[in-house]
Design a protein around this ligand. Structure first.
Ligand code: OAD
Length: 258
C-alpha cells in the first residue's frame, strides 16, 4: 500500500509539543455548511455588503436579521463531521495545542475541541448594540423581527465580525502567540485570502514552524507550504491523526522497553 503521508510529517507531528491549526469554511463543508467563495459559495449568491456589515444593519436591520435567523437555523441542524472529530483527537495528543478558526458555526466546540480561538465570532451568541448585554439564540429567535434588548430596548446583533470590523482583540492576540510558538502549523479548508487570519501561517513559518495545508484546491498559501495534502479535510484528517496516534503509541512502547 502506498503511504498517504510523508514520514517527515508524521514524525514532526508525533514529536511536536506545540501545534496550531487554522480552519476555514471548508472544514464545515462536509457537514453541509456552504463555503463563501467558489462557484457554489455564499458570496456568489448574496452580496456581503448588503448582509454582513454595520452599514447594512443600520440601513435594513430586518433584512440582516432575516438572513442571520436563516443561517442560525441551518447551522443548528448540522453536525460536526469526521474532520472536526479528528481535530479533537489531535488536541488530546499534543501537549500545547490551539485551534484558531474563522468559522462562526461553533462546530469545533460542539465536537469537543477545548482551546478554540474564534477570530470571526460565533453565530450562537448575540449582543445589544447599546448596552452590550449578551443573548443566546433561543432568546433572540423567539422575538419577532429585529430582536430588542430586554434591558435597554436597543437593537441586538449577532456576535459575528462583519466586513470592515476589527477582530476580537484577545482572540487575535492568543492566535498570534500560538502561531509564533508552533512547531507545526496546519491551515485547513481556508482560501487563505482574508486578512489578518491569512497572515497566521506566515507568522508561524517565519518562526520556524513546518507549514501544512489541507484543501481540495491550491490556494495562495500552497507554494509556501512544506506539505500540501490535497483533498477533503473530513477524509484526510482522520487518516492523518490516526497515523500520528500510531506513531506516538509506537514511541511510547519503545521508550518503556528501554
Ligand atoms: P472560503 O469560502 O473563502 O474558502 C473555503 C475553502 O475551503 C476553499 O479554499 C475550498 O477549496 C476549501 N474546501 C472546500 N471543501 C473542502 C473540504 N471538504 N475540505 C477542506 N477544504 C475544503 O472560506 P474561508 O477561507 O473560511 O469572513 O473564508 C474566510 C472568511 O471570508 C470567512 O470567515 C468569512 C468570509 O467572508 C467573515 O464572515 C468575516
Amino acid at each position: 500500500m502506498t503511504k498517504l503521508f510523508s514520514e517527515r510529517l508524521i514524525a514532526r507531528l508525533a514529536e511536536a509539543s506545540w501545534v496550531t491549526v487554522l480552519t476555514g469554511a471548508g472544514v464545515s463543508a462536509e457537514s453541509g455548511v456552504p463555503t463563501f467563495r467558489g462557484t457554489d459559495g455564499l458570496w456568489s449568491k448574496f452580496k456581503p455588503e448588503e448582509l454582513a456589515s454595520m452599514s447594512a444593519f443600520l440601513r435594513n436591520p430586518e433584512l440582516v436579521w432575516k438572513w442571520y435567523a436563516h443561517r442560525k437555523e441551518v447551522i443548528a441542524r448540522v453536525k460536526p463531521n469526521p474532520g472536526h472529530d479528528a481535530l479533537v483527537r489531535l488536541e488530546q495528543l499534543v501537549p500545547h495545542f490551539a485551534l484558531v478558526t474563522q468559522n462562526i458555526d461553533n462546530l469545533h466546540r460542539r465536537a469537543g475541541s477545548r482551546t478554540v480561538y474564534e477570530l470571526h465570532g460565533n453565530i450562537e451568541r448575540n449582543y445589544c448594540l447599546e448596552c452590550g448585554a449578551v443573548f443566546d439564540n433561543e432568546a433572540v429567535l423567539a422575538k419577532p423581527g429585529v430582536p430588542l434588548c430586554d434591558h435597554c430596548g436597543g437593537k441586538i446583533r449577532p456576535d459575528v465580525v462583519w466586513f470592515g470590523e476589527a477582530l476580537p482583540e484577545e482572540q487575535w492576540n492568543y492566535a498570534v502567540r500560538a502561531a509564533s510558538s508552533s512547531e507545526v502549523f496546519l491551515s485547513i479548508g481556508t482560501s487563505a485570502l482574508v486578512y489578518p487570519a491569512a497572515s497566521l501561517p506566515q507568522i508561524a513559518r517565519r518562526n520556524g514552524a513546518m507549514l501544512v495545508e489541507i484543501n481540495p484546491e491550491p490556494t495562495p498559501l500552497t507554494t509556501q507550504a512544506d506539505e500540501f495534502l490535497q483533498g477533503q479535510s473530513g477524509k484526510i484528517l482522520p487518516a492523518l491523526v490516526g497515523a500520528v496516534e500510531d506513531a506516538r503509541a509506537a514511541h511510547r512502547s519503545l521508550t518503556s522497553r528501554l
